[in-house]
Design a protein around this ligand. Structure first.
Ligand SMILES: C[S@@+](CC[C@H](N)C(=O)[O-])C[C@H]1O[C@@H](n2cnc3c(N)ncnc32)[C@H](O)[C@@H]1O
Length: 284
């Protein structure tokens, strides 16, 4: 029988040979998942033997990782805003940099209001942003939309799992099509990869994550433009539009805000890696 120490050594060598830059970490996270122990266990019990069932299950997961599948899809879960989110092929894996979008939304809503805040998220995917906001603040009402029914099914599970199922309304449709009325805050992490950049994405992203969650159009800011122009009719006076964006998309997006004319000057916020990541502007 193979021991924990041996199997980890073999798996990390195999993953390294397959090109994983985080081979040891990947090997440990997958074993942690298969054995339902935390990683400290590997260092306190390196001689523990794996039964054949666990070893077989682990080998299958290592094979998937060797082919480039993201760890989050293999184990079916990803942490965002310190909350667990179920993920699968119909949803984008939530990224840490998207937490900046949540932070900025909380910042513009820092004052409590007697009648609460009306918030709309467009393109909710796994529900990460909407659920994070609802979990932080009980005084906001969140509506979250997506074009994908598969994504909305996952998002609903995530809202339930994180205890906010009764405070987020999920609707299916193209951008603003399923919503009515006006909102205090509209936010979105829209698809923002240009057709050219899509071809350059790492295989782990391009081959596994849903293209509709990533691909915008020839420029990359097509969704931002639609959100700016259509969003103006769904924002209350003084309401905020916040969007995640790609590193070099700020100037093009600012021009869209100027062209629409109904917003005050847009502001850009960088993520913790120093890349410009979130743009926000207030409806006049
Ligand atoms: C970049 S993902 C963001 C997912 C999630 N909000 C996050 O931050 O992890 C973009 C999402 O927009 C959705 N989407 C794409 N086109 C859409 C459209 N026309 N209307 C509504 N949602 C759309 C995709 O299905 C996907 O879930």
């Amino acid at each position: 029988m193979t021991t924990i120490a041996e199997i980890l050594r073999e798996a990390s060598l195999a993953l390294e040979a397959a090109g994983s830059p985080t081979s040891r970490l990947d090997a440990e996270v997958l074993l942690e998942y298969c054995l339902k122990v935390d990683r400290l266990h590997f260092y306190t019990h390196p001689e523990q033997a794996l039964n054949s069932e666990a070893a077989e299950d682990y080998a299958k997961k290592i094979d998937r990782r060797k082919k480039g599948e993201p760890i989050a899809y293999i184990i079916g879960v990803k942490e965002f805003w310190s909350l667990p989110f179920q993920v699968g092929p119909s949803v984008l894996i939530p990224r840490p940099e998207t937490e900046v979008l949540v932070e900025e939304a909380l910042m513009v809503m820092r004052q409590r209001r007697p009648r609460g805040w009306r918030v709309l998220e467009i393109g909710t995917g796994s529900g990460a942003v909407a659920v994070a906001l609802a979990s932080e603040r009980t005084d906001i009402r969140v509506t979250a939309t997506d074009l994908s029914g598969g994504a909305l099914a996952v998002a609903k599970c995530n809202a339930e799992r994180n205890g906010v199922g009764d405070r987020v309304l999920f609707l299916q449709g193209d951008l603003f099509e399923p919503v009515t009325g006006r909102y205090d805050v509209i936010l979105s992490n829209p698809p923002y990869i240009s057709s050219r950049d899509f071809e350059l994405l790492p295989l782990g992203i391009r081959d596994y994550e849903p293209p509709d969650a990533l691909l915008a159009g020839p420029e990359g800011i097509e969704f931002h433009r639609r959100l700016i122009f259509q969003g103006a009719s769904f924002l209350k006076r003084g309401g905020w539009l916040l969007m995640e964006m790609g590193e070099e998309q700020g100037p093009g997006i600012e021009r869209c805000f100027d062209a629409q004319g109904g917003y005050e000057t847009a502001e850009v916020r960088s993520d913790y890696g120093g890349a410009e990541r979130v743009v926000k502007a207030r409806r006049k």
